[in-house]
Design a protein around this ligand. Structure first.
Ligand SMILES: Nc1ncnc2c1ncn2[C@@H]1O[C@H](COP(=O)(O)OP(=O)(O)O)[C@@H](O)[C@H]1O
Ligand SMILES: O=C(CO)[C@@H](O)[C@H](O)COP(=O)(O)O
Length: 503
């Protein structure tokens, strides 16, 4: 009998469930989309029931359409969209729609946190308070929906809610708990200081388990609902970026991940919590017990390119459209793009900044614009590398993942702008594979997550920096670095204009 684990990748637009065998082979995959609602400008919400239903439909399809036998599914684990607030009452009923990571209604609460705790907040949580994180969302409900908050006895994050519905046990795990910014990352406990200062009872914060930790078995009722078997063991899982790092083999201090999805992430494995990025990078607990990772986030990475294509080259094939940038030059013939289409996080935590094309010349062609978009996204990643350089972080391998890693040209641009060797994965499967590796390790198929990686992951093509391009890009990046300060005030004025004139 073969045995498989299920990796549930609970994303923002869809859930993807992968059935993976003991050798890391994906034997079947099913996904299901769910809606996102934007009830007001800056708001982004989802119904947790949609996550449960979507995950269940995907599992049912794995069983009925792909022929995966419930008796062969030994373990399940998760990768989850981070930071989303799921508020629960005393009966663990959901009290309001989940407020998601990309919801920015909480600027007042972020200011309140910064003014109340200042540097102490960064010392405890190892992060700066940002609109996307969970604590500001909790405070928003407390201040704006007191009737709802009065009924709230606890909260969890998106994938924790799905796990709860499968096992009947309510827990969080460390990598996602860190993203609440109510957590003492180095000590691996909920912060008493934050609980006291913001008047939140300790009982409001759930039990926290390891990513590879056993959460429970599938309950009778969820087995009836999904077709699963009650012998299946469920494990903690991880925040999507931690699970993505596991699935990309970012498990050694010399490794950095560069991910171009809708958003972009530069993520570094950290062996201990001694390093201090002063809140300029996110710093969270890893999915590997007692390890950490730091990361910087570009909010509109692949999204910037997709936006440009959908707006100006709708009918072109995506790969041809990207490859057209080869007709331009290193530095896009002197055209710069700043990818701040939905605001930015790292290194400019500014929800109101917006993007710009700079240096537009009468000779520029569409392919120059495409190239400047590809380069601008990687310049924003380079800004994150600059923080690592400032702090003396040492690494030699960059593993490129996400939809952006499909383009050889874009991979070479990464190598040239980072001035580092860039490696791809042979069969990239994203955070879902990381989630499956966590279940496989939890089940004892492997002693450690690192051992699981040896069996599940293999690296593909490598791109070396081209010396001449490196020098040219250093010059253009120096100009790019001035763009934020030079354009922020103008784009804030334009944002205010849009708000004043919103229908
Ligand atoms: N052929 C391609 N070459 C380069 N980039 C691509 C290609 N196809 C898609 N992309 C980029 O990949 C992004 C999506 O990446 P993906 O990892 O699927 O994101 P997510 O999981 O966040 O939806 C798109 O926004 C697009 O910019
Ligand atoms: O907010 C963060 C990380 O801090 C995001 O990475 C979300 O966790 C993204 O979810 P998906 O776009 O992958 O669904």
């Amino acid at each position: 009998m073969t045995s498989v684990v299920l990796g549930v990748d609970l994303g923002t637009s869809a859930v993807k469930v992968s059935a993976v065998d003991r050798t890391g082979n994906i034997v079947a995959q099913q996904s299901f989309d769910y809606p996102l609602s934007y009830p007001k400008p800056g708001y982004a919400e989802q119904n947790p029931e949609d996550w449960v239903n979507g995950t269940t439909v995907a599992i049912v399809n794995l069983i009925l359409k792909d022929g995966i036998k419930p008796s062969e599914i030994d373990g399940i684990s998760f990768s989850g969209q981070m930071h989303g607030l799921v508020l629960l009452d005393a009966n663990n009923q959901v009290l309001r729609p989940a407020i998601l990571w990309n919801d920015t209604r909480t600027t007042a609460q972020v200011t309140e946190i910064n003014e109340t705790l200042g540097q102490e907040f960064i010392d405890i949580t190892r992060n700066r308070a940002l609109e996307g994180f969970t604590l500001p969302k909790i405070l928003w409900v407390k201040e704006n929906e007191p009737e709802i908050f009065k009924q709230a006895t606890t909260f969890v994050l998106p994938k924790d809610y799905v796990r709860y519905r499968m096992t009947g046990k309510l827990q969080m795990e460390y990598s996602d708990a860190a993203g609440t910014v109510a957590f003492d990352v180095a000590k691996k406990t909920w912060s008493k200081t934050i609980q006291e200062v913001f008047e939140l009872p300790a009982s409001f914060f759930p039990e926290v388990i390891e990513s590879i930790g056993y959460a429970g078995n599938i309950t009778e009722s969820y087995a009836t609902f999904s077709g699963l078997d009650t012998h299946t063991k469920v494990f903690g899982g991880a925040a999507d970026n931690a699970a993505g790092a596991v699935g990309a083999g970012i498990l050694e201090p010399n490794m950095v991940m560069s991910s171009i999805g809708t958003s972009g992430v530069v993520l570094k494995y950290e062996d201990n919590a001694n390093v201090d990025y002063k809140g300029d990078l996110h710093f969270f607990n890893h999915a590997i017990p007692n390890k950490f990772y730091s990361m910087g986030v570009t909010l509109a990475a692949g999204y910037s390119l997709s936006w440009f294509k959908n707006t100006f080259a709708k009918d072109e094939d995506f790969s041809d459209f990207v490859a057209s940038a080869e007709q331009s030059t290193v530095g896009a013939n002197g055209l710069i793009f700043t990818p701040y289409l939905v605001g930015e996080r790292t290194p400019h935590p500014d929800g109101d900044v917006r993007g710009a094309f700079l240096g537009v010349d009468g000779t520029h062609q569409k392919y120059d614009f495409v190239r400047s978009v590809l380069e601008g996204i990687i310049f924003s990643f380079r800004d994150i590398f600059d923080i690592y350089d400032r702090e003396g972080a040492d690494f030699d391998t960059v593993v490129a993942i996400g939809g952006g890693a499909k383009s050889p040209l874009w991979l070479q641009i990464q190598a040239d702008i980072f001035s580092k060797k860039v490696t791809t994965l042979r069969n990239e499967q994203g955070p879902g594979l990381g989630a499956a590796m966590l279940a496989a390790t939890g089940l004892g198929w492997f002693d450690t997550v690192q051992d699981a990686a040896k069996s599940f992951i293999s690296f593909g093509a490598t791109y070396e920096p081209i010396a001449d391009n490196v020098v040219k890009y250093q010059k253009v990046h120096a100009a790019y670095k001035k763009a934020y300060a030079a354009t922020a005030e103008i784009s804030h004025d334009l944002m205010n204009y849009r708000r004043e004139n919103a229908e």
